[in-house]
Write a protein that binds this ligand. Structure first.
Ligand SMILES: [Zn+2]
Length: 71
């Protein structure tokens, strides 16, 4: 039985859900499963916009977006 593919059992490479970049899973990364806070926030904004488009509440959408950009 060969163990050549088992050199780094703790290192897992995956694709960022937003930008599809190949990144190594790091339990110390607060942005996971995204590669960075930028991608994490981008995904949240897209999700929030979709939610509010369905709810039909453009005023609340503007408030939420501004809050994210200022943080
Ligand atoms: Zn990313």
């Amino acid at each position: 039985m060969k163990a050549a593919e088992n050199k780094q059992p703790s290192a897992r490479v995956y694709a960022c859900p937003n930008c599809k970049s190949s990144i190594i899973w790091d339990s110390n990364n607060p942005s996971r499963p995204f590669c960075s806070d930028k991608c994490k926030n981008h995904d949240f904004v897209a999700w929030a916009n979709e939610e509010h488009a369905i709810a039909g509440n453009p005023i609340y959408d503007d408030v939420l977006t501004a809050d994210i950009e200022n943080s």
